[in-house]
Structures are given as structure tokens and as C-alpha cells.
Design a protein around this ligand. Structure first.
Ligand SMILES: CC1=C(CCC(=O)O)c2cc3nc(cc4[nH]c(cc5[nH]c(cc1n2)c(C)c5CCC(=O)O)c(CCC(=O)O)c4C)C(CCC(=O)O)=C3C
Ligand SMILES: [Fe+2]
Length: 360
């Protein structure tokens, strides 16, 4: 039986975007940081990360691979919907994609954003970008943002397996005593405090994922590994507090405390973005090496078939909700499934209120 996707006639993959050639790097950074008061030195430093990788971010190729996998998954399940892709900060830009969708006659699309958690940067900012895209296109389709999925089994289960693999990659004598460092993107403390409908959701959601991964690893190995939630990619002005500790400081602390080894589990990222390949694989692994601390990095969900299938699950779930049917929402861990429409004060814009789609 073909699954019922009514009222949707398309899926839209929404992502951050990244440069693909050295000439793209500076304009891309300008797009990302316009009006955000990021110090010049920080921008030059981040530009160097991109140049180290030939001026090419890995993120667009990862989205292309995800699109291919998603189209195959949907076709295999008998879901006959076109899948589009648009970015916030680089080509293909959301506005161009929405214009194409309108030209193709799309009337209502379900949007999957490559960002799993609540916060202004990871949720509302995408909603503002969706609003802007729709506002600038005539006859634009209605866009519904699929719920946040940090606690969807299709996201968490690949992370558990990846962490087990990364543990197995450690030398045998350090494996049992290894720490798990769950890593996510640092954000300003004030942004973290404002995240979600009641505040503090960003950290709370990550802690919930970390606890679930630790527990599932215990079920597999019989061992409850010591763990912490730590951060990477701090930006902004030095006097503005951001979430800490930084992964590099955390590694120093672990070494000083006599930890046997560490597995970095980048739960804040759905694929191996620049933050993962530079901040973790390049910088943090070098820190660990310098400290003589055995360390490995767990894979991200990427194109794991379970993660790809989660998009289909969220799409069919939401379609049923919009048809007025009862649904069972898949979740793991201690937090309930997220809402379909964000409350008015959810993840406020630190620079003042702007219109956003997908609100209640
Ligand atoms: C929470 C969060 C996520 C996760 C959720 C999500 O995935 O959306 C994320 C993802 C990403 N961030 C990315 C890149 C950048 N983020 C920057 C700046 C900032 N990020 C912030 C937060 C986040 N960012 C914040 C609070 C800033 C300060 C400026 C501002 O308030 O907006 C800057 C400017 C330089 C700098 O300031 O570091 C760059 C270049 C890329 C692309 C990577 C690639 O190319 O593979 C991705 C996926
Ligand atoms: Fe970022």
C-alpha cells in the first residue's frame, strides 16, 4: 500500500550551505556573519579552516549524498514526491529553490532541516529564512517545518553504533576506562537560555541524547562510561560568554585527571561539517595527541539508512497530523517528541523579532 502523503506534494531539504571553491570562502563568510558582530580575526581564522580544505566545505556534497539516499528511500517505500534542496547561506539558495518549486506547481512542502535541536541559530533562524524565501516568491508553496528530531530513534541509533565503533577503535587497554565527550556547537549563553518554549532547551536536549547514548552503550557493553557534554566552534566577541567547556580544554582536564582515553561523539552535527573535520578531527585530535591521550571520533548520522528513513517517518507523521489523524510519534530518551509548530516566544532572535514560518 502506498503511504498517504496528503496534503504534501513535495519535500524540501533545508541546510546551511558552504563554499565550494576558494573564491567562495569570503563571500560565504560575509553571508553567514552579516550584522552579527563577529570579530575580523575570528573570520580570518575560520577562513583559514576552509582554505586548509581547498576552499571547499564538505557540507554541500553531504547534502547531495543525503538527497540521493532520501530519494531512493522514498521511492523504495512507494512515496512519489519530488525532493528539493535549498540553503540559508550558499547556492542553491532557499529563495531560488522555492521559486523553482512554485514554477513546478508545488503547493505544500514538508521541510527537513539539517539541524536537530532548539536554539535561535539551529531552529528559528531557519524559520526566518523560510519566511523570507516564501515572501519573495510569487505563488510560493506553503512550507511546513518538520519537528526537531534530536530524540528520534533514526538519529540516535546511528550515533550509538558510531560511538561503539569509535570505542572499539581505541587500544584495548584504554577502551574500558574511556570517557565519552559528547560535542556540539557552542552558542552564546544568552541564546542557550532562551532556547525552546521554556528556555534552556538546547543544553537539555543534548544532555538527553548523551544520556540515552550512554545507557545504550551500557546495554551493549555492560559498562557505563563516564561522560560530559562539551563544545566546539566558539565564535563571537571574547567578552560575550558562550557555552563551555571547549573540547580542547576538556581534553586537557581529562588527561590531568588521569583518564585512559576518550571518544568524541559529535551529537550536535548531522554530518561531517567543517566543525567536525576541522575543530574535532584536525584541532582536537592534535590536542589529544600532544597530551598523549588516546582519542577517536565517532561518525555522524550522515546517510545512515535509519537517519534517512527518519525523514520519511517525520513526513508521514506530519502528513497524518495535518489530515487530523492520531499519530504515534517515535522518540527515545526522557524528553517527549517536539511540537510541530513553534510557540511565539520559542528561541527568540537576539537582534529583535523578525517574521518566521512554522510558528503556532
Ligand atoms: C548552533 C549552530 C549550528 C548547528 C545547527 C546547524 O547546523 O544549523 C551551526 C552550524 C553550522 N555553522 C556553520 C558555519 C559557520 N557558523 C558561523 C557562526 C556561528 N554559528 C553559530 C551556531 C551554530 N552553527 C553561531 C551562534 C555563530 C555566530 C554567528 C551567528 O550568531 O550567527 C560561522 C561564522 C564564523 C564563526 O563565527 O565561526 C560559520 C562559517 C556551518 C557550515 C559548516 C561547513 O561548512 O561544513 C554549519 C553547519
Ligand atoms: Fe555555525
Amino acid at each position: 500500500m502506498t503511504p498517504d502523503t496528503t496534503p504534501y506534494d513535495a519535500v524540501l531539504l533545508v541546510s546551511f550551505g558552504g563554499p565550494e571553491r576558494p573564491e567562495d570562502v569570503v563571500p560565504f563568510l560575509e553571508n553567514v556573519t552579516r550584522g552579527r558582530g563577529i570579530p575580523r580575526e575570528r573570520l580570518e581564522e575560520v577562513g583559514e579552516h576552509y582554505f586548509l580544505f581547498g576552499g571547499r566545505s564538505p557540507i554541500n556534497d553531504q547534502n547531495r549524498a543525503f538527497l540521493t539516499a532520501l530519494r531512493e528511500d522514498l521511492a523504495g517505500a512507494g512515496v512519489d514526491l519530488p525532493v528539493y534542496w535549498g540553503n540559508r547561506n550558499w547556492d542553491p539558495y532557499l529563495t531560488d529553490t522555492v521559486r523553482q518549486m512554485a514554477a513546478d506547481g508545488v503547493t505544500r512542502a514538508a521541510c527537513f532541516v539539517t539541524s536537530a535541536y532548539s536554539s535561535y541559530s539551529s531552529c528559528r533562524q531557519y524559520r526566518e529564512n523560510l519566511f523570507d524565501a516564501v515572501a519573495s516568491v510569487e505563488n510560493a508553496p506553503q512550507l511546513d517545518k518538520l519537528r526537531l528530531y534530536f530524540n528520534h530513534p533514526g538519529f540516535v541509533e546511528p550515533v550509538v553504533d558510531a560511538a561503539l565503533t569509535a570505542l572499539a577503535d581505541l587500544p584495548e587497554d584504554v577502551r574500558e576506562g574511556a570517557h565519552l565527550a559528547f560535542v556540539t556547537h557552542s552558542i552564546p549563553e544568552s541564546m542557550a537560555e532562551g532556547s525552546g518554549p521554556d528556555g534552556d532547551a538546547y543544553v537539555e536536549q543534548h544532555l538527553s541524547v548523551a544520556a540515552e547514548v550512554v545507557e545504550r552503550i551500557r546495554q551493549e557493553t555492560g559498562r557505563r562510561h563516564p561522560h560530559a557534554l562539551v563544545y566546539c566552534s566558539r565564535s563571537g566577541a571574547p567578552h560575550v560568554p558562550w557555552l563551555e567547556p571547549d573540547i580542547n580544554d576538556h581534553l586537557e582536564r581529562l588527561q590531568a585527571d588521569g583518564a585512559a582515553g576518550v571518544v568524541m561523539v559529535p551529537i550536535g552535527f548531522v554530518s561531517d561539517h567543517m566543525e567536525v573535520v576541522y575543530d574535532l578531527d584536525t584541532e582536537a585530535l592534535a590536542t589529544a595527541e600532544k597530551l598523549g591521550l588516546p582519542a577517536t571520533r565517532a561518525a555522524t548520522a550522515g546517510v545512515d539508512p535509519r537517519f534517512v528513513a527518519a525523514v520519511r517517518d517525520l513526513l508521514l507523521e506530519r502528513a497524518a497530523v495535518e489530515r487530523g489523524e492520531e499519530v504515534v510519534r517515535a522518540t527515545v530518551g526522557g524528553l517527549p517528541a517536539c511540537w510541530d509548530r513553534c510557540a511565539p516566544g520559542c528561541c527568540p532572535n537576539p537582534r529583535g523579532d523578525r517574521p518566521a514560518l512554522a510558528g503556532a
